[in-house]
Design a protein around this ligand. Structure first.
Ligand code: GLN
Length: 194
């Protein structure tokens, strides 16, 4: 039998341990990624939530930005959640914080303001089917604009885009590793692997 694809989870800062636990529960080998050479042996990469400025600075210091871009160009599927979405985005308005600059989306950081920095919402995500996916948003970004090749996967009731895909890149504004619903992890590993 063919062995399951191996996931890497960028482990510089943020909720990487929770992602690794879900992947292992699903039967996918999962490794923390801190060094460029560790990217060579994985079939998919997850960038967790946390603080995107910190993840960006550490990624520069560890020499990870160019190697991740190279692997992405060679088809490595990459999924950014929350801060990871920000780290994937091409456009952050007028911010120059270090990022991968890979996905043709504009991300607005902390888009839900200080009064509701955190909230939960049930999301209809057609690629997952029923039931709705319970989204946990923690000081979350929103996808405020998408380029031509970007497919919108989920919106809030207000219309705000909170999940999108572009080829082998996936971005979600919420924290799917905190809800016990592993359907997005399974979707990413089973359907987007190279
Ligand atoms: N607000 C954080 C940032 O801008 C993201 C929050 C999160 O990942 N939960 O990086």
């Amino acid at each position: 039998m063919k062995s399951p694809p191996t996931a890497g989870v960028l482990a510089l800062q943020g909720s990487f341990a929770e992602h690794i636990a879900i992947l292992e529960e699903l039967g996918y080998p999962a490794r923390p990624i801190r060094l460029p050479e560790q990217l060579d042996d994985i079939d998919a990469l997850i960038i967790p939530g946390g603080e995107s400025t910190t993840i960006g600075k550490l990624a520069v210091r560890y020499g990870l930005i160019e190697p991740i871009r190279r692997h992405a160009a060679a088809g490595l599927p990459i999924w950014g959640t929350c801060a990871g979405l920000i780290f994937l985005a091409r456009d952050l308005g007028n911010s120059e914080q270090p990022r991968l600059d890979l996905m043709d989306i504009t991300a607005a950081r902390n888009a839900f303001g200080s009064q509701i920095q955190s909230f939960e919402a049930d999301l209809d995500i057609p690629v997952l089917g029923d039931p709705p996916f319970h989204g946990v948003f923690i000081r979350a970004p929103i996808i405020s604009a998408t380029g031509d090749g970007v497919e919108i996967l989920a919106r809030l009731a207000s219309g705000g885009v909170v999940a999108a895909r572009q080829g082998s890149l996936l971005a979600t504004a919420f924290h799917p590793e905190l809800t016990g619903d592993s359907r997005l992890h399974d979707h990413f590993m089973a359907r987007m692997k190279r």
